[in-house]
Design a protein around this ligand. Structure first.
Ligand SMILES: Cc1ncc(COP(=O)(O)O)c(C=O)c1O
Length: 438
């Protein structure tokens, strides 16, 4: 068997209906924004490989730091033992996070960082003797991951339907906008007054998997303030928005309120190694810090705080806070704004949204907005044929590039999207709005 046949024979790929799935593209190497195949094709990675690769592929500095660490210590059990990269990374994260955060809990993927946050919030109230506080409030359309807790707080949809009977009950409130904010506040007040809510979880400013839905910091501030006034812990899930994506290091830097817990993963190691953290306040930590053993936080994984991952993250943080990277983030934002003005008036464009380094272009289609909009596959294939990796969420095309992207590379992506829009417009006219049914 050749490698392609072996892939088909042995591997079950994520988020993929394997029946009829196209043969996966075999990537041999990456460099900067580019992914290269063995047969000489190259693709601009316009989505930073599931939003993780913030400094581009095969970044030499991060690679070097991992190599150095691997000669020193590849892994060590993290209960009863510790190591320098984990200590330095925790210190670094607390330096760049808002000052009210105090303790870093390590894990290894975004879903788990959310799972940890939920368990931390629930046990916080349990340890304090408020055992009635067992409910969670989340936003509609949310995505927080694939584990049972993170699925429970996410939107109920096709992805988690088989597990629906097993997901715990969660109160959902609408994503706040200027128009519906009064309804959101009323709903939140009513739920919060029951005195049984442990935590309110949000994806601040951008709901990624929901189709890069963006909302304003002012409304979010109002909701967090209300929740905290009712003694509800607020969890900011910044697995996607963290590390510069929204233009600031963290999305919560755009708001005044201070969430009690923050979840971070994806960009943390620049896409080199799996790692996540759940960071909390001293007050939360103190509810576990006790003479009673049973009040400890009994959670952990084999690879918790893996030294290679921590070394990669330390290097990635150094690059992130550098002047060059911060300038790139601003430059990407300004480019996105200019591009949004270029395409905004096109009739087949329903909406263009920009937050920091993320731009989302929502297309008008007869099918309406949905992850399963059939237009998605043809756009995906078309962009690949142009050498650009974009993974539309239904009828929403978005760019979330590595920060090292150049003007030329951004222009290639923008031009490809403009071609998609033009083609879509033509089809809409030709098919008399029947485009989506072909
Ligand atoms: C906001 C948010 N939370 C959690 C997750 C889950 O992260 P992971 O895929 O690393 O488990 C994601 C993934 O897209 C996400 O966008």
């Amino acid at each position: 068997m050749n490698l392609e046949e072996k892939d088909k024979a042995y591997i079950w790929h994520p988020f993929t209906q394997m029946k009829g799935a196209a043969t996966p593209i075999h990537i041999e190497r990456g460099e900067g924004c580019y992914l290269y195949t063995a047969d000489g094709k190259k693709y601009i990675d316009a989505v930073s490989s599931w939003w993780v690769n913030i400094h581009g592929h095969a970044n030499a500095y991060i690679a070097e730091k991992i190599y150095e660490q691997s000669k020193q210590l590849e892994h060590v059990i993290f209960a009863g033992f510790t190591h320098t990269p984990a200590i330095l990374l925790a210190e670094k994260l607390l330096q760049i996070l808002p000052a009210h955060f105090a303790k870093v809990f390590y894990s290894d993927n975004g879903s788990t960082s959310v799972e940890v946050a939920l368990k931390m919030a629930l046990q916080y109230w349990y340890n304090k003797g408020e055992k009635q506080k067992t409910k969670i409030i989340a936003l509609e359309n949310a995505y927080h991951g694939d584990t049972f807790g993170s699925m429970s707080v996410g939107e109920r949809n096709t992805f988690n339907a088989p597990f629906d009977p097993l997901l715990f009950e969660v109160y959902h409130i609408p994503v706040p906008t200027e128009k519906n904010i009064d309804t959101c506040i009323q709903k939140l007040h009513k739920l919060a007054s029951q005195n049984n809510v442990a935590a309110f979880i949000i994806e601040p400013l951008v709901q990624g998997a929901a189709g890069m839905q963006m909302y304003d910091p002012d409304e979010l501030d109002l909701l967090i303030n209300i929740a905290q006034k009712h003694d509800i812990l607020c969890i900011a899930d910044e697995v996607m928005t963290g590390f510069g994506r929204t233009g600031k290091n963290f999305a919560i830097e755009h708001i005044q309120a201070q969430p009690d817990i923050i979840c971070l993963s994806k960009g943390i190691t620049g896409g080199f190694m799996p790692l996540a953290v759940t960071v909390c306040t001293e007050e939360i930590y103190q509810a576990f810090y006790d003479d009673e053993q049973s009040k400890a936080f009994f959670h952990g994984h084999s690879y918790t705080a893996n030294p290679l991952s921590c070394a990669a993250a330390l290097a990635s943080m150094e690059l992130l806070v550098s002047e060059n990277c911060q300038q790139q983030i601003q430059y990407i934002y300004n480019s996105h704004l200019a591009f949004s003005n270029r395409i905004r008036r096109n009739k087949s464009v329903k909406d263009v949204r920009v937050t920091g380094t993320i731009i989302a272009v929502e297309l008008n289609t007869p099918e309406g907005s949905s992850y399963f909009n059939t237009i998605r596959n043809s756009i995906y294939d078309f962009c690949l044929s142009k050498g650009v990796l974009l993974r539309p969420l239904g009828n929403v095309i978005y760019i979330m590039p590595p920060y090292c992207i150049t003007q030329t590379e951004l222009e290639i992506i923008y031009n490809t999207i403009e071609e998609v829009i033009a083609h879509h417009q033509e089809k809409l006219i030709n098919d008399n709005l029947q485009y989506a049914t072909d």
